[in-house]
Write a protein that binds this ligand. Structure first.
Ligand code: PEP
Ligand code: MG
Length: 581
């Protein structure tokens, strides 16, 4: 009989196949049969292996795929950390261990240490340390490998407690059908990566899935967050039919990726891309994006010892501009919360998501904000424009057009913050063109006073990932409450509508840049609520454009009214599923 396990949809799509359960463990050096040599020889073996892995990671850090690149850059930082290197040296020279055993021991120690931290972010880094440790050990001995993840049967549904970025990258080479995770959340790195690789994934299924017998037939429904075990022939046939429909829609959407997204009743809807690195910008263009609607700049600031200089930043922003004419919405550093910055020392916070995050941190460290804005001003100039012109020769912004950069402020919760930022930016460099400044609406207070905010900024962008977590009071990194943080909850929808009305009254565009902007099921609802542009993950852009072209704004408004009258997110989802265009 079919068992249906409900989890959370983490990467869209449908996978049909047979179960393989992945239970990774730090490999035991005892099983490799490697003889111990003298300490200098073992040390030499370690340094060679570490150098090889470092070169490999450096190559992967320059990988096209943003998320993989970022995570491998973070792995390089762990590999080069003194705690790890000194620990290996100590075990080799003081305890006479082999390089392999010394590495195993220090990785074991560090993993246990990080797991013991109460802070979710640091506890989560244990996965990265173990991941790196396993790779380092495989460089020290070919007997240590990833055998379990290689050569999987082509129709595999992989079940695991959680997966690391390296494991997911390996899976990209295997033609697996889908992934079910016992733990994790839809906004975790593994989910975003699976999404970008096109592998359907469901998370938060609970540890029971790890007890399922290998070879059992299963379906991963990454759209509804379901894992079907031993599906009936009718279930399999129905899912196969839906899968074919999804593929056909993707193929047809990609064919028209460069056709503008205009609704049936003639309303153009710009579809932008969410991006982090130059490679993304290049891809965004290929996917048919009308610009970049959210450039997360955290990677420029995290994983390093000092903040980037104005010149360094300007060079990066110019590189972006070369890939695409814009518009380019660049978000100011959104650190704090689950993204601590090493060189900003602030008190350890009991609730970092409610603490010094985003704009609050920037107001404490105004140089970070001023420098980022200044760098963007410099990057926005046409190449021939002198950057050292005297302040008494103002630039004519109506003719001196360079790149269309716009500056987005994260985590705004009060009007005072906007006033303070305006004052700071005016001091930044008044001889250079002023850039449009926008506010992210991702805190309920900001949505409720959106009118006052819209009056003071040039555009609004709704961050539904955070707006859902703050409205429903459920930490977006905590698997136990991840189900609650549903952006389709009517309370979140009312805040979106309220924000859109404020934007309309002040004639300011209102975009959505959270993950739901990439879900075609939600597109008509967002348009009906009054959203004027969407900024979506790269793989979703063509499909969202095609979805917009099938709507009329009148029907979308009708749908939005019905959704606003719902009492639960479940009712809203049912309404959207039944909405035919
Ligand atoms: C959001 O909160 O919806 C958003 C787009 O920002 P981030 O996911 O980076 O917090
Ligand atoms: Mg956010």
């Amino acid at each position: 009989m079919t068992t249906r396990l409900l989890g959370l949809p983490a990467a869209p799509g449908i996978g049909i196949g047979a179960i393989a359960v992945y239970r990774p463990a730090l490999p035991s050096p005892a099983t490799t049969g490697v003889a111990v040599k003298s300490p200098p020889e073992e040390w030499q073996a370690f340094t060679v292996a570490a150098a090889r892995l470092d070169a490999e990671l450096e190559h992967q850090a320059q990988n096209e795929n943003t998320l993989v690149a970022e995570l491998f850059a973070a792995h390089r930082v762990i590999l080069q950390d003194r705690t790890l290197v000194d620990g290996v040296q100590r075990f080799i020279y003081e305890e006479g261990e082999s390089a392999l055993t010394a590495t195993h021991k220090i990785i074991h120690e560090l993993t246990a240490l990080f797991r013991s931290f109460e802070d979710e972010y640091f506890a989560g880094r244990a996965v990265d340390i173990q991941d790196l440790g396993r790779r380092l050990m495989s460089h020290l001995s070919p007997a240590v490998g990833w055998s379990q993840l290689s050569h999987l049967a082509p129709q595999t549904i992989l079940l695991a407690y959680d997966l690391t970025p390296s494991e997911l990258t390996l899976l990209a080479q295997e033609r697996i059908q889908g992934i079910g995770l016992a733990y994790s959340t839809p906004t975790a790195h593994s989910a975003i990566l699976a999404h970008s690789l096109g592998i359907p994934m469901v998370c938060t299924l609970g540890a029971r899935i790890l007890q399922l017998p290998p070879g059992t037939s299963a379906v991963v429904d990454g759209i509804n967050g379901l894992l079907l075990i031993e599906p009936s022939a009718a279930d399999v046939a129905e899912y196969a039919r839906r899968n074919e429909g999804l593929h056909a829609a993707q193929i047809s959407a990609r064919r028209d990726a460069h056709t503008p997204a205009i609704t049936g009743d003639g309303v153009p809807v710009p579809i932008f891309a969410n991006a982090n690195r130059p490679a993304d910008v290049e891809q965004a263009r290929a996917h048919g994006a009308d610009g970049i609607g959210l450039l997360r700049t955290e990677y420029l600031f995290l994983e390093r010892a000092h903040p980037p200089t104005v010149e360094e930043q300007a060079a990066v922003y110019r590189e972006f501009a070369q890939q695409m004419p814009g518009p380019f919405v660049v978000r100011a550093l959104d650190a704090g919360g689950d993204k601590p910055v090493r060189y900003i020392d602030h008190e350890v916070e009991a609730n970092p998501f409610l603490g010094l995050r985003g704009i609050r941190l920037l107001l404490e460290k105004p140089d970070l904000l001023r420098n980022q804005y200044h760098a963007l001003q410099l990057a926005s100039l046409p190449p021939e424009m002198p950057t050292n012109r005297p302040t008494d020769t103002p630039i004519d912004t109506s003719t001196d057009i360079g790149t269309d950069f716009r500056f987005l402020l994260p985590m705004i919760s009060t009007v005072d913050e906007i006033e303070a930022i305006h004052a700071l930016l005016e001091e930044a460099n008044c001889a250079l063109p002023r850039l449009p400044v926008g506010a992210m609406i991702e805190v309920p207070s900001a949505a409720l006073i959106a009118e006052a905010i819209a009056e003071r900024v040039d555009f609004l962008s709704i961050g539904t990932n955070d707006l859902a977590q703050y409205t429903l009071a459920s930490d977006r990194t905590n698997s136990a409450v991840a189900r609650l943080a549903d952006p389709l909850h009517p309370a979140v929808l009312r805040l979106i509508q309220h924000t859109c009305q404020a934007g309309q009254r002040h004639n300011k565009p209102v975009a959505v840049c959270g993950e739901i902007a990439g879900d075609p099921l939600v597109t008509p609802l967002l348009l009906g609520l009054g959203v004027t542009a969407l900024s979506a993950p790269l793989p979703d852009i063509a499909l969202i454009k095609a979805t917009v072209r099938r709507q009329t704004l009148a029907a979308c408004r009708h749908l939005a009214q019905a959704a606003l009258a719902c009492a639960t997110a479940g009712e809203v989802r049912t309404l959207l599923e039944n909405f035919q265009v």
